[in-house]
Design a protein around this ligand. Structure first.
Ligand code: HQG
Length: 192
């Protein structure tokens, strides 16, 4: 391996590692490093750096900015004044309740899951589980890769617009992921 390639790999590993750490504290367990998120999920970057440092993880502004801007799924956002950071979706912590703008979804949205969850989903619909919302995407390729995280992937096609017309709320996070509270089984089918 050339030294340039090794350098690039090391950087990429450091970014992935840091992204996972940020997902953990900004979505799930801020208390693990003694920080508090506001209800929109924001925290001062200075507090994040200090909390991380006290937990033995060296973060600095340059690394945080590089991780936020290079992140494959645009998981994080930095405030306009550059002082605060948040995860744009995927939360489970009860401290956060982001007030997303309701939005009309396209006719169909997609959800990727693993085949072993199918029977349960076809019986009871999609539930948010630990997170605040069920996550849906506009394209089948994204849904397939989401499903692959848990095993053999299968894609469900959701009648999003019909749900919306019946009063179900839909929201779109800043990174394009669609969110809704739950999807009853009558609005979904295996995509074929
Ligand atoms: C399944 C990633 C049985 C559901 C992705 C999923 C996404 C059921 C799992 C984001 C069920 C929950 C979220 C039911 C739902 N019975 N299983 N009734 N209802 N499930 O990780 O959507 O990389 O909480 O199908 O890109 O997989 O973290 O949700 O398999 O956007 O940024 O229960 O996470 O983004 O798993 O993924 P998750 P998800 P990040």
């Amino acid at each position: 391996m050339t030294s340039q390639l090794r350098y690039n790999n090391d950087m990429s590993n450091q970014y992935t590692e840091t992204s996972k750490f940020l997902s953990y504290v900004l979505r799930h367990k801020p208390q693990a490093i003694g920080i508090a998120l506001d209800t929109e999920g924001w925290v001062d970057i200075a507090a994040l750096i200090a909390g991380a440092g006290q937990s033995g993880r060296a973060l600095d502004m340059a690394l945080i900015r590089a991780v936020v801007s290079s992140n494959d799924k645009k998981r994080f956002a930095i405030s306009g004044d550059g002082l605060r950071i948040r995860a744009v979706q995927g939360h489970s912590t009860e401290a956060v309740a982001i007030q997303h703008e309701p939005k009309q979804p396209p006719e169909f949205l997609y959800h990727g899951t693993a085949t072993r969850f199918l029977d349960s989903i076809l019986a009871e619909g999609l539930r948010a589980g630990e997170r605040h919302h069920v996550h849906l995407s506009e394209n089948i390729a994204t849904a397939t890769s989401v499903g692959r995280r848990y095993g053999n992937p299968v894609v469900l096609k959701i009648e999003a617009l019909r749900m919306h017309r019946q009063g179900f709320g839909f929201f779109q996070a800043d990174n394009g992921v669609w969110l809704t509270a739950n999807v009853p089984s009558g609005f979904l089918a295996v995509d074929s």
